[in-house]
Design a protein around this ligand. Sequence first.
Ligand SMILES: O=C(O)c1ccc(O)c(O)c1
Ligand SMILES: [Mg+2]
Length: 636
Amino acid sequence: MRTGIATVCLSGTLKEKMQACAIAGFDGIEIFEQDLVTSPLTPEDVRKMAADLGLTLDLYQPFRDFDSVSEDLLAANLRRAEAKFKLMARLGMDTILVCSNVASASIDSDDLRVEQLGKLAALAVDHGVKVAYEALAWGKYVNDYEHAHKLVEAVDHPNLGTCLDSFHILSRNWDTTPIQAFNPEKIFFVQVADAPKLSMDVLSWSRHYRVFPGEGQFELAKFMGHVVRAGYTGPVSLEIFNDVFRQSDVERTAVDAMRSLIWLEEQSAKWLEAASDSGVGGGAGGTATGGTQAPGRRRYPMELATLPQVTEPAGYNFAEVRAADTKGLETVLGQLGFEFNGRHRTKAVQLWSMGHARVIVNETAHLEGDTSAEDASPAIAALGFDVDSPVIASARAQQLKAPAVPRKSQANEEVFQGFAAPDSTEVFLCQGTSDGTAAWTREFGEGLEKPAAGPSAVIDHVNLAQPWQHFDEAVLFYTSALALEPQPFAEVPSPTGLIRSQVMATGDRAVRLVLNLAPLNQQRKTYQEHIAFAVDDLVATARDCKARGLEFLQIPANYYEDLDARFGLAPDFLATLKDLNLLYDRDADGEFLHFYTATVGSVFFEMVERRGAYDGYGAPNAPVRHAVQYDHLQHR
Ligand SMILES: O=C(O)c1ccc(O)c(O)c1
Ligand SMILES: [Mg+2]
C-alpha cells in the first residue's frame, strides 16, 4: 500500500512538514495549497526538496467551486484552473483535487456538470494533468460519492476520475459497498480520515474533529476493503483537519499518522480475509498478481502488508510506581494490606504484592540527571502486561513505531521487552503463568514463588492522565500495539473542566486501562493517576485498612444523601458506606463499591468490589472524587 499524507495535517512550515513526513516514512504527500502559497520556497525548490527527501508529490489540492456555475463563471474557473495546471507543471505534479461546489453553484443540472467537468478534463489534457473530483459532504448539489462517480462515468474522459475521501462518505453514513464495483481506473485518489461520532454540522465536524485512522469510530477497514476490492492501487493518503494536530510537534504527529496507516493496512487485510471467509460481498477485484497476502487468500492488485500478530493481553502482570522518596508509598501500600516481598537482587526496586496484584516501587527518580522535586515525587512509571509472546508483541509494537525501552538486566534475570507509550509510561511485555504468579518475582528478597497470603486481589484497572496533545495518539497506540479495544468515551465534570475519559479494555475485561485527558495548563507532574485493585469484600477490606490507619479520600455527606435518594439503600448499609468513605453505584448488571486513598505525589490508589456483572467504574461518583481531590490540592 502506498502511503501518503496531506500537509494540512501537520504544524510548521512546508519545509518542516515535508521533512517530518520523510522521517516518518511516508511514500508521498498531498500539497495543501495554502502551505505552498505561504511558503518562501519556489515550486522548483519544493519539487527538488521532495525528490531529495524521497517523497512523491501525489496530489495538489484543493481546487474549489468549479462546477454547476453560469457561463461567465465557468470561463473564469477554467482560467483559474489553467493557472494551477501551470503551477503543477513547475512542481512536477500531475493530479489535482477538485471538490464539489459549495459556494457559487447556482444551477442544479447533471447535464451541465457533465459538460463543465468535460471541459475541465479537456483543458487538463493539454497540461498533462489528471483531475480527481471529490464530493464534499456539504457540497451544494453534489455531496454523495456515488453521484460524483456517476458524473465522472458520464464524462468518460481519461483525465477525469474521482477522489474517495472516507470522511465525506462515512460522515453521511453512505454505504461503501458500491465502491467495490467501481472501475479502478476512475478512482484517481483515496483519502482516509477517521472521526469520533459527533452530532454536529458536518462542515465543522470535518474541519476540526477528523483524527487519524484508529482514533475515531468510522469503519475504515471496511471502507478500505471495498477500495481494495475495486482494484485501486494508488496512494492511500491521510487528510486530517484537526485543531490539536495542527499545533502539536510536527515530527511526532507524522509518526502517529504513519502508525495509523500501518495499522489500517493490517486491519484492511484482516477485514478482507474475514469477509471472504464469511462470504460477505463479492466484488470486482481479485484477479491480480503479486501481493504479500498468504497463500490461499484472495489476491488484489493492492499489496497489503501485515504485522506480527498479537491477541489481547491476558492481564496486568505488574504496575510500577517510581519515587525518589518512597516512604509515603510504602506506608500507603502497607495500610492497604500489601505485603513487602523484598528488594531486587541488583536493582533499586521493591516488590509489594497482595494476592495477584503486584506493585513495583522503583526507588530511582523519574528522570536521570537534574531532577526537580516534582519529578522525584511518586508517579506511575510502568505497566507490565501478560501476553502470549513478549517477543512477537514487541516486534509488532516496534513495527508500529513504538520506541523500545530495553530494561537493563543481569545474567539469570528475566529480560522484559518494553516500549514507551505516548505519555512516556513504559509498557513491558511479560509472560504470566496460569496460576497468576510471575517468575521474575524470585529475583526479589527471599524468593516468592507463590502469591502472597492475605486477601485475594488483582489489578482491576489503571487510570493514566494523558497530556491533551497526545490523547488521540494514545488511543491508537494502545489499540494497535496492545490490542486493547476503545470503549465509548465519557466526559466527567470536574472543578478544572470536563475531563474526557476513555476506557481501553480487553474483551474479557482482564485488562482495563482508563485514559483521562488531563486538564489544560497542567504539567505532567501534577496530573493525578491511579491504580485500582479489586477485592472480594470491600467493606471488610476498608475496615482493615482503617484499622491500619489508612488515610481515605473523605467523601462529603451530601454524596450519601444523594445516594440514598437515588437508590433507597438499607439504612445500615448506607451508614457503613458513609462511615468508611465508600462510594457506591448500581446498574442493571450489578453493583460497585469502591474507595480512594489520599494522593501521594501524583499517585493514589483505589480499591473496588464488583458485584454481579457490573462492568463500569462508578462514573456517577467520578465528579465527587475530582472535586474532593481538587479541594485537597488547593489546601495543601
Ligand atoms: O474542508 C474542505 O474544504 C476540504 C477541502 C479539500 C478536501 O479534500 C476535503 O476533504 C475537505
Ligand atoms: Mg478530502
